[in-house]
Design a protein around this ligand. Sequence first.
Ligand code: GUN
Length: 297
Amino acid sequence: MELLDGQLVSRKIKDTLRLQVAQLTTEGKKVPHLAAVLVGNNGASETYVGAKVKACAEIGYKSTLIRLEDTISENKLLNIIEDLNNDVDVDGILVQLPVPKHISDEKIINAIHPSKDVDGFHPINIGKLVQGQPTFISATPHGVLLMLEHYKIDTKGKHAVVVGRSNIVGRPMSILLSSNTNTGNCTVTICHSHTRNLKELCLQADIIVAALGRAEFVTADMVKEGAIIIDVGITRVPDASKKSGFALKGDVKFDEVAPRCSYITPVPGGVGPMTIAALMKNTFMACEERNGKVLFD
Ligand code: GUN
């Protein structure tokens, strides 16, 4: 069994981006600028956004963090997004999800200009992704692909079972794994809460992507010997022995599953850092486009 080390791979990607940013500065060009919007004070969201802003600083990007009260109206938030869309200095915009219940996440996602949608959530970008056109790939699935690429994992012809059908992970992941690309060409099964024979399907999987958000859901009896396990879940589980009062658990019961598989991502330190690396890559591409390089059309 080999650990898929998200810390290591993400550091490599960020190191490359740092050199590319230095090159932009040498050429007198602007550095990438990410604007992150955080509504309310959800602890996990604070951590994720904090890590994104920190990554910008490490690489040499400019970042702006906009913190908003959880009582902000949907209209006010839409106006803030419009201002960021019109701000010529801002290359990428992300609104950390979830947003409070009185705000429609669909409206928020649709309001971000597709050229600044570094999360890759906008329907135009998802549509391009489905058609295999170059675009921003949603950060978490993009991070998973970068991980597979780094470890030279051959996906061609493999049976991938994606557990979870969310718009931000499961659905784009299933499309990318089935696409005609180096990290695709899988036969994909997508499972969800109504799937009847989940265990049997998982047992047939060469690759399992667990993205349902239920701590330790995937157990050893669901995993074929030699399978590749990608654990996207990260749930805070109460743990009195921790200073924070919680432990972070993936969707996979790591200790019992790890001995059965060929590769596995740990939690934390697996997919999480890769999501950030992918977001940084997307932000760089957004900036390049704005500098006049045509990457997408
Ligand atoms: N919430 C959970 N994952 C993500 C993500 O990748 N981007 C944003 N904006 N919100 C999230």
